[in-house]
Design a protein around this ligand. Structure first.
Ligand SMILES: *Cc1c(COP(=O)(O)O)cnc(C)c1O
Length: 317
């Protein structure tokens, strides 16, 4: 696609041209306080001329969970949104790695109270190109943030609620201002929680360790996939338990995982060098395996991929 934006969005049941998808400016203030979203990726397979969407059903099921938790009612089912997503991608002719973002928000909030029960959620799905960095060789140097991760009884971190991102944004901005590439946040109990937008994994004494879903993390689908691949395909012991900050410093490998971050190797935490300061063996093997799973260049974990049928062409009327 030569354009800087896709041709269509899916908005409240209709496929709408990009330039026609506008809202009134007075809708800005409160509409996204309770909004929830999903970040989903599709990976282009050049040889097969096909785009594979990663764990689409799981993402849409989580969107439904998120809507339930923030009390946003909807008449659409995950199945409706799945069909809409596939049609949208086909009609946008996305022949490259693509990010897909469904968003559920409360429209027409101007003049209403935040405590008023929201009417039917407005629902938007948009797509944009997002190339994979899995084989880029990029690494990150991070700091443990001076900000604390939000917790379940403050703003539930397990769902993708837009408001939650203020917490991670503060941590990321602080990290960048201090000369790091990113941050890792600790929970109010001082345990390792997660990075802004990604979960944390470490390798130590030959095991893969990651904080449990009760330490203020998002219930990440990539985390689940990485744990599964590490166990089944790399034969590693995978342990979910609370992690201390100093276990990051002593780890042989540290990496982030999530839809946006894919698998992102960390080579320094608070200026402690991790391992030999390069991408670790387990991290590298997981990156390679994950990319081939995502692109459908190998057969394992085929049930995680939804082929879009891009080559079949445009489906709009
Ligand atoms: C989206 C997200 C993740 C990663 O979840 P995935 O399901 O793997 O994309 C981790 N942490 C936060 C805060 C997130 O928003």
């Amino acid at each position: 696609m030569a354009d800087t934006h896709p041709t269509y969005l899916w908005w409240n049941g209709e496929q709408v041209r990009w330039e026609d998808a506008t809202v009134h400016v007075t809708d800005l203030a409160w509409s996204t306080v309770g909004a929830v979203f999903e970040g989903i990726r599709g990976y282009w397979n050049e040889e097969q001329q096909e785009l594979y969407v990663f764990r689409l059903q799981d993402h849409l099921d989580r969107l439904m969970d998120s809507m339930r938790l923030v009390r946003l009612p909807t008449t659409y089912s995950a199945e409706d949104l799945l069909a809409a997503t596939l049609t949208l991608i086909r009609d946008n002719e996305s022949r490259e790695d693509t990010y897909i973002r469904p968003l559920a928000y409360s429209a027409g909030t101007s003049g209403k109270r935040l405590s008023d029960a929201p009417a039917d959620a407005a629902l938007l799905i948009n797509t944009n190109p997002m190339p994979s960095k899995l084989s880029s060789g990029e690494t990150m140097k991070v700091k443990v943030s001076s900000w604390t991760r939000i917790s379940d009884n403050v703003m539930p971190p397990r769902i993708k609620n837009i408001s939650n991102y203020r917490n991670g944004q503060l941590a990321s901005m602080e990290a960048k201002a201090d000369g790091y590439d990113g941050a890792i946040l600790l929970s109010p109990q001082g345990k390792v929680s997660e990075a802004p937008g990604a979960c944390v994994m470490i390798v130590r004494h030959g095991k893969l360790l990651t904080p449990p879903v009760t330490d203020g993390i998002l219930e990440s689908i990539t985390r689940d996939a990485v744990m599964t691949m590490a166990r089944e395909s790399l034969g590693l012991d995978v342990v979910e338990r609370s992690l201390d900050r100093t276990e990051l410093y002593l780890a042989d490998e540290v990496f982030l995982c999530g839809t946006a971050f894919e698998i992102s190797p960390i080579v320094e935490v608070d200026r402690y060098q991790i391992g030999d300061g390069a991408i670790g063996d387990v991290t590298g093997r997981l990156q390679t395996l994950f990319e081939s799973v995502l692109r459908g260049t190998e057969d394992r974990y085929a049930s995680w991929r939804t082929p879009v049928g891009v080559a079949a062409g445009v489906t709009a009327d």
